[in-house]
Design a protein around this ligand. Sequence first.
Ligand SMILES: NC(=O)c1ccc[n+]([C@@H]2O[C@H](COP(=O)([O-])OP(=O)(O)OC[C@H]3O[C@@H](n4cnc5c(N)ncnc54)[C@H](OP(=O)(O)O)[C@@H]3O)[C@@H](O)[C@H]2O)c1
Length: 249
Amino acid sequence: MKRLDGKVAVVTGASLGIGAGIAERLASEGAAVVINYGRSKEAAEALVSRIQAAGGKAVAVQADIRDRGQVRNLIAAAVSTFGRLDVLVNNAGVYEFRPLAAVDDTHHDRQFDTNVKALLFATQEAVKVFGDNGGSIINISSVVGASPVANGSVYSATKAAVDAITKGLAMELGPRKIRVNAIAPGLVLTEGQDKMEGTMEFRQYVLSQTPLGRLGTPADIAGAVAFLASDDAEWTTGQVLAVAGGSRP
Ligand SMILES: NC(=O)c1ccc[n+]([C@@H]2O[C@H](COP(=O)([O-])OP(=O)(O)OC[C@H]3O[C@@H](n4cnc5c(N)ncnc54)[C@H](OP(=O)(O)O)[C@@H]3O)[C@@H](O)[C@H]2O)c1
């Protein structure tokens, strides 16, 4: 018997990076997983094949999570494919660092729409279909939500919002047995991280501030998500857990 046997999970933005690592881990622990992707269809389908080859259950579903109708279809696909929903991992997110003078509407709206507004939409839809035993919402925040970095004011603000939403919704949804927690990763090596301007210097700096002596991998984050998704965390809600090698950016 595996820890997540019988549970159904949706992971947003699971085609690449941290989301892909989370989906693979939840499936390996017995959950049936809906792998949401926006644009990276091939990567999402390859992940489904890997999970199925390892004996797990998964399906890939395209949805731009900024669009309320597409989010509704995503959650409906979980129920129509696997019969129920128990876990939502709000992982899809975008990050871009810019000094104040370069902040414009696009920079602001893209990050707030994806990291905050879409997370609220997805949560709204998921709680409608959770059963009598409630469910688990896991938001992927960032250590910069609590410890903002220079040139990252907008991104840091989106993650501070995620932390506040996590704590507020935990209070609101607790009576329905719906737990809401967040993981705040430190720097994790992913496709998105590779594309960040000035990433090599930033990595050196973060590494120098990391007591455990290495940067993160998607698997580091996935282990903590699997705990929060499971009944081992049944009395844990409203928490933001930093998984960051002890780093303080
Ligand atoms: N990497 C880090 O160091 C780090 C640290 C702290 C927190 N985080 C957080 O962790 C999460 C994942 O980061 P990552 O580094 O793994 O990112 P990534 O490698 O850039 O991957 C981002 C994922 O999000 C999806 N996505 C983006 N916009 C979407 C949309 N509108 N609709 C549906 N899917 C969308 C992408 O899907 P498609 O390509 O299919 O569109 C992709 O699967 C984010 O919330 C990020 O803020 C990352």
